[in-house]
Design a protein around this ligand. Structure first.
Ligand SMILES: [Zn+2]
Length: 387
């Protein structure tokens, strides 16, 4: 993998990640393909809406269909018929948030949500599963703060962070071993991102960033920050410590435009989030003027597209009234057309942010976009800082 920065101003940057499955122009919104599919979309639709990469989840694929099958199929990209860059999440967050999950120094023991089978996952197991899934970019098995512990006290946060760091060392060792096997088999090497944690504690965030900056990871995931406010507070701290020349991924973030603007402003290169397609399936659709609920009676006779400025397939071909009709009558096409629009909206927004950075126009673009999206009053809250 190669990462090249094309333009940088403060922490905000535009660049290019090169993987064995092609390039990702950054900043980039990575489509969530948790179970090796972007829900309700075919690969042709994923490509047409402009997604540059997808992120699948190790926990889900481990349970179903099993990682050995994916390895036999030639890896995730071949298995899902998607010849573009792929990421996998470590499975840490999903397994540890299961009811009854038990965390020890060794790893986590949990019950499968499918058949109740008791499964142990160690950092080494996560690495082995991710190498079998064979995505281009892997994440370290981490222990997000607040899981496995009954409280979010200082002591339990410190304990979780110690585990995250111990496990990261073990992931790095195991990953190196597995990559040497790929060399022997003349297969491309896979890359590993360390995952910075630390919860809401400034000194723990700093300690975690320093820990990962001092080790040989190919890039970094930032975990355990799920609001734009947390991003504003901790991303500048963390990203000033992490090596500038390596890519950074904000895990599980990007539900709202301001999350994306905050991330990019403070040095994030890639994002992933299930929200755009999840919200689409509930009829909640993005527009330049904020989100709308297509089920609302006011759209019954509305023959305009979801967003008149949107160039997605759905907006080019269908009206709000048609979408509402599909939802109201329980037609499965509703999910597909709504997901095409929402996913296009965030992917395209991040592409536009990239264009703005490259033309020294990020701040103006951000303020203009957020003012239209939230209305002039709220936009100020989101853009009081000038980068
Ligand atoms: Zn659209």
């Amino acid at each position: 993998m190669k990462f090249e920065i094309e333009k940088q101003d403060g922490l905000t940057r535009a660049g290019k990640i090169t993987t064995p499955h092609g390039e990702i122009c950054t900043p980039c919104f990575v489509a969530a393909a948790t179970k090796a599919t972007v829900k309700s979309l075919s690969v042709a639709q994923i490509e047409e809406l402009g997604a540059q990469a997808v992120l699948a989840n190790t926990y889900h694929l481990l349970l179903q269909p099993g990682v050995d099958l994916i390895a036999r199929a030639g890896g995730l990209a071949r298995f899902m018929g998607y010849d573009r860059p792929t990421f996998t999440d470590s499975g840490g967050f999903q397994t540890m948030s299961l009811p009854g999950a038990k965390i020890s120094q060794d790893g986590v023991v949990f019950k499968s949500h499918i058949d109740g089978a008791k499964i142990t996952m160690t950092p080494e197991d996560s690495m082995s599963a991710q190498h079998q899934i064979g995505a281009d970019i892997h994440m370290c098995f981490d222990c997000p703060i607040g899981y496995g512990e009954t409280d979010t006290s200082r002591a339990s946060a410190e304990k979780s962070l110690r585990l995250t760091h111990d496990w990261a060392e073990r992931c790095l060792t195991e990953h190196g071993k597995l990559n040497r096997q790929h060399d022997k088999n003349q297969q491309p090497r896979q890359v590993l991102y360390g995952v910075v944690q630390g919860g809401e504690f400034t000194d723990l965030r700093r300690a975690s960033a320093e820990f990962f900056a001092g080790r040989d990871f190919d890039g970094y995931g930032i975990g355990g920050m799920y609001t734009a406010e947390q991003g504003k507070e901790f991303l500048p701290l963390v990203n000033q410590i992490l090596p500038n020349e390596k890519p950074r991924h904000w895990l599980g973030m990007g539900a709202e435009p301001r999350d994306l603007f905050v991330g990019v402003q403070y040095g994030i290169d890639t994002f992933d989030c299930v929200a755009p397609t999840r919200q689409a399936r509930n009829g909640s659709l993005y527009t330049r003027g904020g989100r709308i609920n297509i089920l609302n009676a006011r759209y019954r006779d509305d023959l305009a597209p979801i967003d008149a400025e949107c160039a997605c397939y759905t907006c080019r071909n269908h009206s709000r009234a048609y979408l509402r009709h599909l939802f109201k009558s329980g037609e499965i096409l509703a999910c597909t057309l709504a997901s095409i629009h929402n996913e296009y909206f965030v992917v395209n927004l991040v592409d536009q942010i990239r264009t703005a950075i490259l033309s020294d126009n990020f701040v103006e673009f951000r303020d203009d976009f957020l003012e239209k999206y939230h209305g002039a009053k709220c936009a100020k809250i989101d853009s009081e800082e000038k980068s």
